[in-house]
Design a protein around this ligand. Structure first.
Ligand SMILES: [Zn+2]
Length: 443
C-alpha cells in the first residue's frame, strides 16, 4: 500500500478551521473575562480591595472592627435619615474604594458622610478654615488661604526641615453666601504626622506664631489678617483648632452637611493635581488617614505639647521680627562666632527681635542638640544670642528638648564690648554694657 499523500494534510484545512473557530471563541471569552473579571456588583477579589461593608451604631465598635480586620478598612460616619426628625449618625466600616463607589452614586443631599480619623493613626496635615462673611466684611478668604499656606510652608521648613509646596495641597471648598469654608489637605510625604493630636499641636504652634507676628516671611499686617471675628465677639484664628480631637469626624469630598445642599468641591484656588486625573483619585487624596502608597511614607512628624498646653521651647518674649535674612546678619562678628559653633553646619537664616534684642540663628547641616547629646533626625537646631547680656544658648525645634544653658560670648566677638572695656579700665564687664545696636556693632 502506498500513501504518498499523508492523511493529515488531507484533513488539515478542515481541522484548522474548526480549531480556529474554537480558539476564536475562547479568545473572545478570555478577552471578555479580562475586561470584566467579576460582576461589578460584587467587586471582591483576592488581590483587590475587600468588599466588607458593615454598619454600626457605635463608633468604637466600627473602629475596632476596622482595626481587627485590617486590609485597609476605614471607618466612616454618616447621617441616616429618620422620619419626622433630624439625622442620626451611624458608622460604616469599609474600604475607601467601596466607599467611593457608593458615595458617588448617592444623590447630593444624601451625601452626609465623614471620615473618622482614628486616634493614633498617622495622618496628613489638614486645616479647617472658616469665618462668617457678615461678621468679617473686610476679610478675603482666598487671600487669607494664600498667606496661611506661605506661613505653613515656611514653618514646616523651619521646624521639621520639611519641604512642602503649594501644589502639594488639596483645597476643598464649601463656601456659602454667609460663610467662608475651605479644607486644606497636605499631600506631601514630608507632611505626615504621627497622629492628628501631633498635627493639631503643630497648627496651634503656627497659630501662636502668627498671633505674635513671628513668622518672618509675612508682614505683621498679613499675619493679623488671619484672625477674624467670631459670633461670640472674640478675635480668633480662621483655622478651626477644634478639629484635632480623638476620632474626629471630618467631612468627605463631595459630601454636604445634613439638611444643607453644599457639597465640598475642588476649590478654584486649588493647585494640587493627582497623578490620575479623576474624582476617585481626588477622593483618596482628600482622606486624612488614608495613604494609597503606604511604603512612600518614611517619616512621621511629631510635635508634642507640654502639660500646660504650650509648646515649650519657643520662649523668646519679643514680638515683631524687625530684621531677618539669610546667611549673614549685620553682626558680622557674632555671625563668625555662630559659624564656628555650628561647624560643620552653617547659618541657614537669622531673625532679629528688636524688643528683646535677641538674634535667632537657624542652623543647617548640623543638628547636634545639647539637650539630647546627639543629632536630631529631623529637627533643626538654633542659637539664640542675647545682645545686651552678651550671652547665647543653643535650642532646637523639638518641643521635648530643653534649651541649653546660657553662656558668655567671648570678648573677641564683641568689638563694642572691647571698646567699652577699653574705656572702662580695660576690664570687660558684660553687665555694664547696655544697648549695643547695629551701628555700634559695625564700628
Ligand atoms: Zn533638641
Amino acid at each position: 500500500m502506498s500513501l504518498n499523500i499523508p492523511a493529515s494534510s488531507f484533513y488539515q484545512k478542515n481541522k484548522n478551521k474548526r480549531l480556529l473557530d474554537i480558539e476564536e471563541k475562547l479568545e473572545h471569552a478570555e478577552c471578555q473575562l479580562k475586561r470584566k473579571p467579576i460582576p461589578q456588583d460584587f467587586p471582591i477579589s483576592l488581590l483587590g480591595p475587600p468588599a466588607n461593608w458593615k454598619i454600626f451604631t457605635k463608633q468604637d465598635e466600627a473602629l475596632n472592627y476596622a482595626q481587627e480586620n485590617g486590609m485597609g478598612l476605614m471607618t466612616f460616619a454618616f447621617e441616616e435619615r429618620v422620619p419626622d426628625s433630624g439625622g442620626r449618625r451611624k458608622y460604616l466600616t469599609t474600604h475607601p474604594s467601596q466607599m467611593w463607589i457608593r458615595h458617588k452614586s448617592r444623590p447630593i443631599e444624601e451625601r452626609c458622610t465623614y471620615e473618622v480619623i482614628p486616634q493614633s493613626s498617622k495622618c496628613k496635615l489638614y486645616f479647617d478654615l472658616e469665618f462668617s462673611k457678615p461678621l468679617n466684611p473686610q476679610s478675603s478668604g482666598e487671600k487669607m488661604v494664600e498667606l496661611l499656606i506661605k506661613a505653613t510652608t515656611y514653618t514646616m521648613q523651619e521646624v521639621f526641615d520639611a519641604e512642602v509646596t503649594e501644589s502639594d495641597i488639596l483645597i476643598l471648598d464649601g463656601t456659602t453666601e454667609t460663610k467662608f469654608s475651605q479644607h486644606l489637605i497636605f499631600q506631601s510625604q514630608n507632611a505626615v504626622f504621627q497622629d492628628n493630636i501631633h498635627a493639631g499641636s503643630f497648627v496651634q504652634y503656627l497659630v501662636n506664631q502668627l498671633k505674635e507676628s513671628k513668622v518672618p516671611n509675612l508682614s505683621a499686617t498679613e499675619q493679623q489678617s488671619l484672625f477674624i471675628n467670631n459670633d461670640k465677639g472674640n478675635t480668633v484664628s480662621f483655622c478651626d483648632l477644634g478639629v484635632y480631637t480623638k476620632n474626629r469626624n471630618f467631612r468627605l469630598f463631595l459630601s454636604t452637611k445634613f439638611g444643607k445642599n453644599v457639597p465640598l468641591i475642588i476649590a478654584k484656588n486649588n493647585s494640587f493635581r493627582p497623578a490620575l486625573s479623576n474624582n476617585e483619585a481626588l477622593f483618596n487624596a482628600s482622606l486624612i488617614s488614608y495613604f494609597e502608597d503606604e511604603k512612600s511614607v518614611h517619616q512621621l512628624l511629631t510635635f508634642a505639647k507640654d502639660v500646660s498646653g504650650k509648646s515649650k521651647h519657643h520662649d523668646q518674649k519679643s514680638l515683631d521680627p524687625t530684621l531677618n535674612g539669610y546667611k549673614m546678619s549685620p553682626w558680622n562678628e557674632i555671625d563668625d562666632f555662630i559659624m564656628k559653633l555650628a561647624t560643620p553646619g552653617t547659618i541657614h537664616h537669622w531673625v532679629y527681635y528688636e524688643q528683646s534684642e535677641t538674634i535667632v540663628y537657624v542652623i543647617q547641616g548640623n543638628r547636634y542638640c545639647s539637650s539630647i547629646g546627639r543629632e536630631h533626625k529631623r529637627n533643626q537646631i538654633k542659637y539664640v544670642v542675647n545682645l545686651p547680656n552678651a550671652t547665647y544658648y543653643q535650642t532646637c525645634f523639638d518641643p521635648d528638648c530643653t534649651r541649653g544653658v546660657a553662656q558668655t560670648i567671648p570678648p573677641e566677638y564683641l568689638p563694642w564690648h572691647n571698646l567699652m572695656g577699653d574705656l572702662d579700665a580695660q576690664t570687660p564687664d558684660f553687665d555694664s554694657v547696655k544697648k549695643p545696636n547695629v551701628n555700634v556693632a559695625s564700628i
